[in-house]
Design a protein around this ligand. Structure first.
Ligand code: GLN
Length: 242
């Protein structure tokens, strides 16, 4: 972070923003401001260059065609890769998560290269689409409470040796491989299948991104009772028999 200003970049809202993914940008922005930080939020459309000076980059989910267009433009742009080499933090949802990996299957049924920022590979699942509520335990190394979210994807994502599963699900499919893993991360790059929007339902993940950006171990506490109410409501709704 420079000039005491947190630069938050929301990548391609015109292509990748479904199921309230915009909420993720709102949550990071608000929680940073509540800690007294000056935040510059940049929403970068797919016809604009990605800045390399961002601290946190967010990418949402999308349908198969916009996902292909986003991957093509991000590859051509090249700046997100550069930003990560400089230590930037990335948090990506669903289609965004798949784009961060080595490759995924596009809307034309072809293998589409991703950005290679996460050691994951996505194929098209043969079974039913993974749709519904998800509950899981986040990797204990991250010190976070249980994950809650909503998934809707056909892709199945296999992790390579340098990616760690973000969570293990007790409800829902997550990566869809049948091994119970959900999402993936390495040092500063995070991917998840959770929509919801996931950071409204799991605000301490937003705080984790802020802590990484600020390079601190703790943040001043804030009143989270509305978040808690939402979390509890969604967790009990998910646990109801269908
Ligand atoms: N198109 C991708 C899939 O179905 C991602 C979907 C999404 O982002 N919700 O796997």
């Amino acid at each position: 972070m420079s000039d005491n200003q947190l630069r938050l970049v929301w990548i391609y809202p015109d292509l990748l923003s479904t199921y309230g993914d915009q909420g993720n940008a709102l949550v990071v922005e608000r929680r940073a401001r509540q800690r007294g930080l000056d935040v510059a939020r940049l929403d970068v459309r797919s016809d604009q260059p990605i800045p390399t000076s961002g601290d946190i980059y967010l990418i949402g989910g999308g349908e198969d065609r916009p996902q292909r267009l986003a991957a093509e433009r991000l590859r051509r742009d090249g700046h997100l890769y550069q930003a990560v080499q400089n230590g930037a933090i990335v948090f990506a949802v669903c289609a965004g998560y798949q784009i961060l990996g080595h490759e995924f299957v596009n809307d034309l049924g072809q293998r589409e290269p991703g950005l290679g920022l996460l050691d994951v590979t996505t194929t098209r699942g043969e079974g039913e689409r993974c749709v519904g509520d998800v509950l899981g335990d986040i990797d204990p190394r991250l010190g976070l409470p249980p994950l809650t979210g909503f998934e809707n994807h056909q892709g199945v994502t296999q992790l390579g040796p340098t990616a760690r599963p973000l969570a293990r699900v007790s409800l829902g499919k997550g990566n869809g491989t049948g091994d119970g893993t959900e999402g993936a991360y390495n040092d500063t790059v995070f991917g998840t299948y959770m929509h919801g929007p996931v950071l409204a339902r799991n605000p301490l993940i937003a705080d984790l991104l802020l802590k990484l950006a600020l390079d601190v171990n703790a943040l001043p506490p804030i009143d989270d009772h509305w978040y808690e109410a939402l979390r509890n409501e969604r967790i009990s709704a998910a646990q109801q028999p269908a």
